[in-house]
Design a protein. Sequence first.
Length: 256
Amino acid sequence: MYKVKELAELTGVSVRTLHHYDHIGLLSPKEIGENGYRYYGQVEVTRLQQILFFKEMDFSLSRIKQIIDDPEFDQASALRQHKQILMEKKKRIERMVKSVDQTLDSLEGGKTMTDKERFEPFSREEMERHQEKYEAEVKERWGDTDAYRESKQKTASYTDEDWKKIQHESNEIDRQIIARMDYGPADQEVQKLIGQKQQHITDHFYSCSDEIFRGLGDMYVNDPRFKKNIDKWKEGYAEFLRDAIHRYCDRSNKKK
């Protein structure tokens, strides 16, 4: 287990950046001790490595979150793609080093460089081709649904402050629901908060219909990664959330 400062020293990622990743839901600590210290385990370290690989490929933080939170995300496949793109970057850097040597030789009276030779090393065409190919594969696995397109369009313009605000609002709804768990998923106040949770998704990501919302509730329990993350709030919260969402959608359908 690593404290946030230890993880920062290990990875070269600043403490401030790690706090930011937590705020936007990209990388949360495994647990927070009673002393307020954040502790990161091996799962979080591995996730951070993936985040840094994707950043090296110039993906936005919001896009990285979408990719690695996707239940279909394949870490081994992603690493193979990362390697291919990094190899292209390596070739590009080697060409630039060679170009520097050729330019120095030309300045010192050696062979005159052609204009093509001067600028050829700066081409990003091959590297970008691999990036575009990977983006297409990610999109194919994710599914080019209306919800996906709407979410991508909305989140593309979000600033860091936007993400902080959205995450804070989402966390506050969860905290209030957890405080009412003893009253059961059918509790009137719980149902009101579940409605706020659905609206929050619609406002900030995509139109969350009752059908989609019910599916999310099932995924919170059926997908081990989602269940583990949600149950960090409180043991059993994932199942409670699913049951509360189902009741909310059932009541909503009866009103129609």
